[in-house]
Design a protein around this ligand. Sequence first.
Ligand code: GLC
Length: 685
Amino acid sequence: MIRKFTFGSPLSTDAVTVSTPVCTDSFPYFSLTKTSSFLYHMDDKTRIYGLGEAVRGINKRGWIYESFASDDCDHSENKRSLYGAHNFLIIDSEKDLFGVFFDYPARLTFDIGYTLSNQLLITPLDANLDIYFIESEDINDIVTQFRQLIGQSYIAPKWALGYGQSRWGYKNADDIRTVVRRHREEHLPLDSVYLDIDYMEKYKDFTVDENRFPDFSSFVEEMKQENIHLVPIIDAGIKIEKGYSIYEEGVHKNYFCKNEDGTDFTAAVWPGHVCFPDFLNPAARRWFGQKYNILLTQGIDGFWNDMNEPAIFYTPERLAATLQELGDYCGKNLGVNEFFELRDKIKDLSNSDVDYRSFYHNADGNILCHDKVHNLYGYNMTRSAFEAFEELLPEKRILIFSRSSYVGMHRYGGIWTGDNMSVWGHILLTVKMLPSLNMCGFLYIGADLGGFGENTTEDLLLRFLALGIFTPLMRNHSALGTREQEIYQFEKTDAFRRLLSIRYGLLPYLYSEYVKASLKGKMLFRPMRFVYPEDSRAAGIEDQLMLSDELMITPVYEQNAEGRYVYLPEKMRMIRMRSLTDYDTVLLSAGDHYIDIPLDTVVFFLRPNCIIPLSAGGENITEVSGISLKLLGYVTDTACYVYYDDNGYEKDYNNPAHYNTIRVDPTGNILVTGERTLDLTIASI
Ligand code: GLC
């Protein structure tokens, strides 16, 4: 059951797609404090799930979080917000079980037992918001009801589940050719290469630097011949430059965010001074979206949207004012405190609340100060792209994912988890974000594998990839100036090759589960508690995840670990894979086990009476058969698997021809129903 409550006059976010009447019941669970916060009393065992992209645990209790999309490359535990705003929580206690969504686009604070350990205090900037309560006895059903409320998750093209290589710093077409050649020479699977800002002319959106990429369309075609999709980045800011048509059109049509006096708001990001398209203005949104066609017509079929919190390095006015203030320090005998003050003045120029409070949107004639709608900016940038794709290429799926997001954006694209670092803790942080993001509707997700900032190591990249082989977006990305981290840069090429072979073997299963999860409002990654509600041990586990209905995954996230402890809530079959064809399977009883997991090995666990289809792999997605499959399972009685597959780019998901039901009994008899003829054999049951 879903109940909606409205306070004041909320701004429309379009997060919810099902119109829900306002409920007149008394406001449940929470009390309203004098300072307009919403207060819920947790008991000692209450667990809080949700908040999507955020630091710390799967259980969010014990910290204070803020929904305020932030460009912050330090994802350490003491941070309160990252790039997204995902205001959905599940409260799970002995007395209560419910979900709650605060549909509110400005800054929202979640004090989850931080100030007082048993107090959950949620504080909006002002009291204009919609709140939805979702109730059910089944925690999974709470998620599904919520997902039905906010609409079906974006489905990426199938090729976008292949392995992708990215790096900020590839300078020209030859650099990209080298990446592709090295992967192909070493038989390392690869489906996409990402183009970071360097492909553009002076970081101007929808331009291509002709010196670096002469005859771009032919280059895109050349890559297609190699079965490589090029995925360019698009940034939020439009460079201010006379003669740059997009800038000039934006000025002319009044499509940029404004200062209070009606002039165009200016900030500095990668291109230097920029204007920000007003994505909250439907006409501007449509205008910007149509610009993607400039690259689509050159053969591009995937994009990543960046810097769309929006990130602001500085504004020229405040920089000038600060420089003036700094002048006052000249000639003075500065003490340590003055020195720190001076240093902070420079630091405070970036992503400052003062700037976010100083510009305006025009949403259907409604002039809104940016800080009231901050969290909707990146969401609407990605919406502008998606809506244009629907109009321009209605039959085809285009890859699109974003750095910043709000609930609702999950209908238009995926996300990556931003600028993480090459540190071990960020493998575990990724594990914790995956189920939290799925609850909020984001299914096409992944982290920068190997780590974006700082220098990676071979073992870190191997362990990161061993988690990444399960995430829909599987991309290796790193920052300018860091150690090169394409997998061929390292010694253990064979180990990497074998690891990627497992991803490509799992692809039919992962794609099937990903599409079904989107269509049915289910999670791909679930906390153990969601699958084993009666098991109190399972509820506390934060470093193992359930993958769909069949698997449990247990990544290694510590350097030099040769294995790890794993808790099995029930008897399971362990699959220890060194490659797609080299693996052993062991039945393990419920309970605790120490599992050896060498660096070149991936371990996962099959639940009883479950089977998964495995392909014979391939070096890109076109080589992966969705027909000729081996079944890997743990069958004691009967296992039944609903297998989804399609051509990977059309959108007729509900066509029954895409579904087969595969039944296997313990003796290995296979019974298949469905229009499509599959060639199935048993690998191991
Ligand atoms: C931002 C993005 C990162 C990208 C860089 C340069 O930091 O998050 O992925 O490489 O900008 O465009």
